[in-house]
Design a protein around this ligand. Sequence first.
Ligand SMILES: [Zn+2]
Length: 290
Amino acid sequence: MRANFDEDYMNLIISIIAIFSLFSCNENRTENNTENRTSYSNSEKNNKENQTDRIKGNKNIPEGLRKLLKAYPDFLDSADDNNLYWKDGTIMQWDDGIKNKTHEEMLDNPDLEDMMSQKYVKGSNWGSPPDENFEPGRIRYEPFFTKMYGSSSGEVQQNLVNVNWLPSICGCTIQFNSINQAAEKMREVSDEIEATLPADLYKYVSKTSGTFNWRKIAGTNRLSTHAFGTSIDINTKYSNYWKWEGSTTWRNQIPIEIVEIFEKHGFIWGGKWYHYDTMHFEYRPELLVE
Ligand SMILES: [Zn+2]
């Protein structure tokens, strides 16, 4: 009897201790969570303040860096007069200090400044035919894109999603990169073409000639933006490409109505390049933001 009482008593004490320790554990956990949350939001706040400080405090931030910050808010934090600061701590130089690059050297070995050096003009009054070597968007600082979209076929493919491209005109499924909302913008282009494009212009988009393709630009060591899953080629039947033509004498059949829809959603057109590629549209919001 006595032994049982002791046992019951002990059990009761153990239970009380267990309940108390559980309670105090939870309390600690809650406290920790609150602490973490506070320090997280403080660091978020600091980041934001730093970003504003860096931009406000430095009037010399190049316009091109401001445009990059505006176009890629998921990745970029801030900038000063010669550096771009990524959210993950990476720092990229704006100007590499190399002067007097030829156009070919800029294509092969550009910095961010070279990439943003030619202004892309939206709409129909863009100055066709383009001047010699005027091709905004064709100069690309590759590390900037591989960092966001992936530096191998496998890495890029992890971020590809299916987009129903023009369900009633093409009925195609295309793969596009979901990073930076590129696939979402592609869907918007598709919706707007279906809603607004006159039926006699459907033939230009009723076939697609490809989106994702991990490859280098023919005859170069540079990755095509098709490698990032951020570009689309429309119907080749009505397209002109300087290499196929064997000439840089500008030729084009793509109606400006189609170009303007793509531009509205962050895509530039390869038809506005000296080395023209009129089937080609690529997601480059940094060249379209004001
Ligand atoms: Zn293309």
